[in-house]
Design a protein around this ligand. Structure first.
Ligand code: PMP
Length: 397
């Protein structure tokens, strides 16, 4: 009916989204979304932040502001970054409308139709969708429990000449797996050597429940080819839509131009209210209570899975984040299983859309942060029973 641009044909909705609509019904227990627990949002403190900012002497929090973002917030973030081993001043930080916007802006700057992006397999669906909307091709990187395997990587780079490499090293969405220290170092080294930008997407890094903190890939970057992204979505609240990119000056200038064309700037009010919140509260203790609660939900989900899932299923045991990744026998189609599951009032996300070039029909992702312990116990028992009847049908007497 309309003469859309060519790229629109790469923006596809998904069948899964349709099936998942039923999860809005209150009696459905959903492990599908990637949502934080709303009861843990610092609601009162944010209320205070917004009220204080609006009560200020002038109405500047309602005015247009700079594309780069609120300078005090960028200064605050620069300090945070240095504690991550990332050397950045406020001039290297662009405030974005969530890290999803950062992905879009970077794609807008780098990708021509047909360009190649290297991605983990599986990888974050939102990133795949963004790159696809700029008509990118994907080359998926072989990986194991330690993240992408960097052996053979140099050949992949010379062969496919990628424009970008996208990774999410901490408790990544969807598998919950973490990239090892050695691989982080080699990835930074390869990116520097071949001058291929790495997008290091780190929304979950602060949500570690076990194991040692690992330095960012960006902290090993000697030639400014690693772009670091993070967000307040998982540590404060996703509805704020507040994220940031750390980029070298040349790229900052281009990102600013790209963002101007998209939305001029991120909300002045939200940036200031968040800054108020960050500087008048103990954010570290808020994050540590999130960690405590999520760690319990994760442990509970893993325990219930061990108790109720049939032996043919296997799954990851993440050290942080929000997701567990399940692999079922090859013959099981998780999208079909989802249809049966929603009839049992239980939901998850089938894994195949997370595979940029297809595959993974027998996989699925479970979110543990957005369900109460009671929902986790009931939901995993239900899902376990469904899997068991499917995989181990009882013979009639
Ligand atoms: N990257 C990853 C890996 C994510 O899981 C998400 C959110 N699900 C995002 C980026 C986008 O987060 P936001 O735009 O809310 O910052």
């Amino acid at each position: 009916m309309y003469a859309y641009a060519q790229r629109v044909k790469y923006m596809q909705g998904s069948a899964v989204r349709e099936i998942l609509k039923v999860t809005e019904e209150p009696e459905v227990i959903s492990f599908a979304g990637g949502l934080p627990a709303p009861e843990l949002f610092p609601l009162q403190q944010l209320r205070e932040g917004f009220a204080r900012v609006l009560a200020g002497p002038d109405a500047s929090s309602l005015q247009y502001s700079t594309t780069e973002g609120y300078v005090k917030l960028r200064e605050y973030l620069a300090v945070q970054m240095s504690s991550e081993g990332i050397n950045a001043g406020p001039e290297n930080i662009l405030i974005t409308n969530g890290s999803q916007q950062a992905l879009d802006l970077i794609a807008k700057l780098f990708l021509n139709p047909g360009d190649t992006v290297l991605v983990e397999n599986p990888s974050y669906l939102g990133a795949i969708q963004t790159f696809r909307s700029y008509e990118a091709n994907f080359v998926t990187l072989p990986s194991d429990e330690q993240g992408i395997t960097t052996e053979g990587f140099a050949e992949i780079i010379t062969r496919f000449r990628p424009k970008l490499i996208y990774v999410s090293p901490n408790f990544r969405n969807p598998t919950g797996l973490t990239m090892s220290l050695t691989r982080r170092k080699s990835l930074a080294e390869l990116s520097n050597r071949f001058r291929v930008p790495v997008i290091e997407d780190n929304p979950y890094g602060a949500l570690r429940y076990s194991g040692e903190h690992l330095p960012a890939v960006k902290s090993f970057d000697r030639r400014e080819t690693v772009l670091y992204l993070s967000t307040f979505s998982k540590t404060v609240a996703p509805g704020l839509r507040l994220g940031w990119v750390v980029a070298p000056p040349e790229l900052m200038a281009k990102l600013v131009l790209a963002k101007q064309g998209t939305d001029l700037h991120t909300s002045t009010l939200v940036q200031r209210a968040l800054y108020y919140y960050l500087t008048h509260n103990c954010v570290e203790s808020h994050i540590s209570s999130l960690r405590k609660e999520y760690a319990q939900r994760l442990a509970l989900m893993l325990r219930e899975m061990a108790a109720y899932f049939p032996s043919q299923a296997s799954w990851t045991r993440p050290n942080g984040g929000m997701f567990i990744w399940v692999t079922l026998p090859d013959k099981v189609d998780a999208t079909q299983l989802l249809q049966e599951a929603v009839r049992e009032k239980i939901a998850f996300v089938p894994g195949s859309p997370f595979f940029a070039n297809g595959g993974g029909e027998n996989t699925l992702r479970l979110n543990f942060s957005n369900s109460t312990p009671e929902q986790i116990s009931t939901g995993i028992e239900r899902l376990g029973r469904l899997l068991d009847t499917k995989l181990n049908p009882k013979l009639e007497d």
